[in-house]
Design a protein around this ligand. Structure first.
Ligand SMILES: Nc1ncnc2c1ncn2[C@@H]1O[C@H](COP(=O)(O)OP(=O)(O)OP(=O)(O)O)[C@@H](O)[C@H]1O
Length: 219
């Protein structure tokens, strides 16, 4: 199996509690892996720890086959209220990290147009993000992450606040983008339907350890 991340014998502690002991797993490249496990098992903490180790070049237990700037993490919670002042277009363009000028270069404008099309946001790009639906917001977060042209996308509970139709739309979109761009996706979720239908692999975390299961993803 071609893997993008290999974890070996990782111990992870928080005050007064061991979250993981001798944790071992691999994340397959160019596949969608759902990370599952009960509330509080440590899914988010684990992902943050893996990224910190990469930031700090701690490679003893955590080995990525890519660089930190090739990874985009889309967090669980965002404080985007109704009055959030940016349009979808302007919010997405904040994803261009290596800007020299305060405005978008012609190259960035072309890339942005492509990404807005890819994420079905072109028709509503001028809409204020704060007034957008949950599904539109999630697509905007995804589009912003794509501006960095990542190899690995990590989404934390991206479908938690979405209705059934929007959840499936987002997952279908993610799988399409994964196939077109040759991405790897790690998707933290509790949703059994989504795992069943879209996961290529499931990393199940419990009892301080993890098991990687191969799934029959339908799409
Ligand atoms: N910095 C911290 N200090 C102390 N405890 C922490 C810290 N970060 C996380 N925790 C605790 O670690 C445990 C794991 O939290 P985490 O958010 O990683 O779980 P999770 O599996 O992602 O949960 P959920 O499915 O509810 O999002 C929780 O009990 C949480 O309260």
């Amino acid at each position: 199996m071609d893997s993008i991340l290999k974890v070996t014998n990782l111990n992870l502690e928080i005050p007064n509690r061991t979250l993981f002991k001798n944790l071992k797993f691999e994340i397959p490249a160019h596949k969608l892996t759902c990370v599952t496990g009960e509330n509080g098992v440590g899914k988010t903490t684990l992902i943050k720890h893996l990224l910190q180790d990469l930031d700090n070049h701690f490679t003893q237990h955590v080995q990525f086959s890519i660089q930190r700037d090739q990874i985009q993490y889309v967090p669980q919670l965002r404080n985007i209220d109704d009055e959030f002042p940016l349009s979808i277009h302007d919010f997405v363009s904040l994803g261009f990290k290596k800007r020299i000028l305060p405005w978008n270069s012609p190259q960035m404008k072309t890339t942005l147009t492509q990404i807005l099309t890819e994420t079905n946001l072109s028709n509503i790009e001028k809409q204020p993000l704060g007034r957008s639906s949950g599904g539109e917001k999630q697509r905007a977060y995804l589009a912003q992450a794509l501006c960095a042209n990542p190899e690995l996308l990590i989404l934390d509970e991206a479908t938690a606040s979405l209705d059934v139709i929007s959840k499936h739309e987002l997952l279908k979109l993610l799988k399409k983008i994964m196939a077109t761009r040759g991405l790897t996706i790690i998707f933290i979720t509790h949703d059994p339907d989504l795992i069943e239908q879209y996961a290529d692999y499931e990393l199940h975390l419990s009892n301080q350890s993890g098991t990687l299961l191969k799934k029959e993803g339908l799409d």
